[in-house]
Design a protein around this ligand. Structure first.
Ligand SMILES: Nc1ncnc2c1ncn2[C@@H]1O[C@H](COP(=O)(O)OP(=O)(O)OP(=O)(O)O)[C@@H](O)[C@H]1O
Length: 652
């Protein structure tokens, strides 16, 4: 890097140029200007201008902080830039520190940066060791780390013998299986603490396990009758699915347990599963929730499903609002895509779950309370939180080709993934060197079943009633979906939605007119408290039976159908195709994953894995020419955060 003199004007011009070319968000440029403006008229050091713009840019990509070592090494790759773009910017900035320590010294001396431990003037940037944060994210990470550490260290007295008796009754013996019953083990572990993480791929029995954990809590809690249990998930769809699965599992258990355990009472008392937004009391026009440490949630046990989708800010709010006496159970698949917003909280909390790392004390307790012996390879001491974390390893739903493909992708084995796809076994298909027409053909047959019912029309007498007709259409629509890696272009959400609608119209199956038309599937893109629809909700546009010319959008939540007048929905987009991100928490009988022509930063192993695991019976990969699949599998999501480090020091 050249060691020229600093040229502040050239630096600002270069930042502006980068934002004009789209390499840098306008926001990042504006943020750097804001930080610079806080110097009481003094010129801002170029190092600070650079660090602020890079930090803001990385925040937009989901990182919660900036490692100074990345800054010293040149963050071009991290930003998705060419080396030359960074070098040019750095040239304008003049001499810059070459080491992380050098950066820490320079930044720590700036009035806009609070070096942790120094006097706090509420500066916008926080320097914590070798990490630079926006203050909000530093505060959120500290809050999450502290709350998790405290919870992981807390033990609840358990009568291990009694627990063993109940667990033996709740889980069938499995003489033919090798290794411990991780599900049983997870119940024992969760019961003794005020936090537990149960992670595992799809179909590994996370919900099955948690239903048994609830039964166990009910059977062993001193005041079982008054336990307040809440179920929640990041999206409405995931919440409805959680409630449905738990009700089903508890229903089956109730039949088996009989009078010994009044589980039907528990099911009735639990109430609906809610989105985290609604549980915490989201309010229009403010980020602050109604529930926080001053007005905590009224719960004893909180179960959160699809925890991989929970972003840092939400996790911090949740932990802040949870009373110390309550137990938090997080369920999720650590290998799925992280949240759209900054942070990869579940991944950070249980990054090493596969290795176990259970102490002798944990192993003794688990043996006494569940009869399960932890194999030697999973023993060790991976810290307090690891003692409360269990990974479920055996998928019941996913043994076939879809499961094998997901495993291969997760293990980074592109050759095996390609071989499985090419073998064309029942359950997985690959359309290589695809043309868009082939995908549109798939869409026409995949969406055919819902369009059949739609086009038959609602006829009193033929379809038992209007709600039943709507339910049938919604259920059929939910059995097929196109997932995209990107938003733009021929293989992106926007282009494909338009192309699919045009194709269905050309086939005489739809009559698109203007924004709203009968049969248009839509996805809500923003929470709307007025109409009670939330980001990620998917509905279908159908005639309003009581007003001849009006259209309503119908949403299916579990078994319940609800609707909103179409014209009242402001933030929606057509949803024949959706991003893999938005599909998390959903499952479709046939899932089609469309990869783009070129590899970009978003195309990662986690994205492909998440796409595959949305399919319950059939998975089709559609890819234009190129080695995009192998490249995607080789690219892992990397999110910089300080959470692991903040939890680790005192977690042993
Ligand atoms: N120990 C078990 N014995 C019998 N059936 C089981 C067991 N564990 C899970 N199942 C069954 O396997 C299926 C998948 O379980 P479950 O839905 O709990 O998995 P999950 O991990 O929550 O899946 P997802 O991530 O897709 O929500 C269910 O039908 C469940 O009843």
């Amino acid at each position: 890097m050249a060691r020229a003199e600093a040229n502040p004007e050239a630096l600002w011009n270069e930042l502006a140029r980068l934002s004009e070319t789209g390499a840098l968000r306008r926001l990042s440029c504006a943020f750097a200007r804001f930080v610079a403006s806080l110097a009481n008229g003094m010129p801002a050091p170029p190092a600070l201008v650079l660090a602020s713009s890079v930090l803001s840019e990385l925040e937009g990509q989901g990182h919660s902080c900036l490692l100074l070592s990345d800054l010293a090494a040149g963050p071009a790759a991290l930003l998705g830039w060419e080396d030359e773009q960074w070098k040019e910017l750095a040239r304008c900035a003049g001499p810059l520190p070459r080491t992380a320590q050098g950066w820490a010294q320079q930044l720590g001396g700036c009035a806009q940066v609070w070096a942790v431990g120094a006097f706090d003037y509420d500066q916008p940037l926080v320097l914590d060791g070798d990490r630079l944060y926006l203050r909000r994210y530093w505060r959120d990470e500290m809050l999450v780390a502290q709350a998790v550490r405290e919870r992981a260290g807390r033990r609840i007295d358990v009568d291990a013998e009694a627990v063993r008796g109940w667990l033996d009754g709740l889980f069938a013996a499995r003489p033919e299986q090798e290794g411990p019953d991780w599900q049983k083990l997870a119940c024992a572990i969760a019961l003794r603490g005020s936090v537990a993480i149960i992670t595992g791929g799809p179909g590994t029995g996370k919900t099955y396990t948690v239903a048994r954990l609830l039964a166990l809590l009910f059977a062993t809690a001193p005041q079982a009758g008054s336990q307040r249990i809440a179920l929640a998930a990041p999206t409405g769809k995931a919440a409805a699915r959680l409630k449905q699965s738990i009700d089903k599992a508890l229903g089956e258990l109730a039949d088996r347990a009989g009078a010994a355990l009044p589980l039907r009472e528990l099911t009735q008392r639990m109430g609906a599963a809610r989105t985290l937004h609604s549980l915490l009391g989201a309010r229009p026009d403010t980020r602050a929730f109604a529930h926080h440490r001053g007005n905590p949630l009224d719960v004893d046990v909180l179960i959160v499903d699809e925890a991989s989708m929970v972003h840092l800010e939400m996790m911090a709010s949740l932990l802040d609002a949870l009373p110390a006496s309550a137990t938090l159970i997080l369920l999720g698949d650590k290998d799925q895509l992280a949240s759209v917003e900054a942070g990869a909280v579940l991944g950070d909390l249980c990054h090493n779950a596969g290795a176990g790392g259970y102490t002798a004390a944990t192993c003794d307790y688990v043996l006494a309370a569940s009869g399960e012996a932890v194999p030697e390879e999973f023993q060790g001491d991976a810290g307090a939180l690891a003692q409360q974390t269990v990974m479920l390893r055996h998928s019941r739903r996913f043994g076939g080709p879809i499961g094998q493909l997901a495993l291969a992708v997760n293990a980074g084995d592109a050759l095996r993934a390609e071989a499985l796809l090419r073998a064309g076994e029942q359950g997985v298909r690959w359309i290589e060197n695809a043309q868009q027409q082939q995908l549109l053909q798939l869409a026409q047959s995949g969406y055919g079943p819902y369009l059949d019912v739609l086009n038959t029309g609602y006829r009193p007498g033929l379809n038992t009633n209007h709600e039943e007709w709507v339910r049938q259409i919604l259920q059929r629509f939910e059995s097929f979906r196109i997932l995209c890696a990107v938003r733009d272009g021929e293989w992106g959400v926007a282009g494909l939605n338009e192309a699919v609608a045009a194709r269905l119209a050309a086939a005489g199956l739809l009559r698109p007119q203007g924004d709203w038309y009968v049969g248009r599937p839509v996805m809500v893109t923003r929470n709307d408290y007025g109409t009670g629809v939330y980001n990620g909700d998917i509905g279908l546009t159908l005639p309003d039976p009581s007003r001849p010319n009006a259209l309503r959008v119908y949403f299916l939540e579990g078994d319940t159908v609800r609707s909103v007048l179409a014209t009242r929905l402001r933030n929606v987009e057509t949803a024949f195709a959706m991003t893999v991100h938005k599909s998390q928490g959903s499952e479709f009988r046939h899932t089609v994953l469309a990869l783009p022509r070129e590899r970009g930063a978003v195309l990662t192993r986690e994205l492909v894995y998440t796409g595959i695991t949305r399919a319950s019976e059939l998975f089709t990969l559609v890819s234009p020419p190129g080695a995009v699949l192998a490249e995607a599998i080789a690219a892992r999501t990397h999110r910089t955060s300080g959470l692991r480090g903040m939890i680790a020091p005192t977690s042993r």
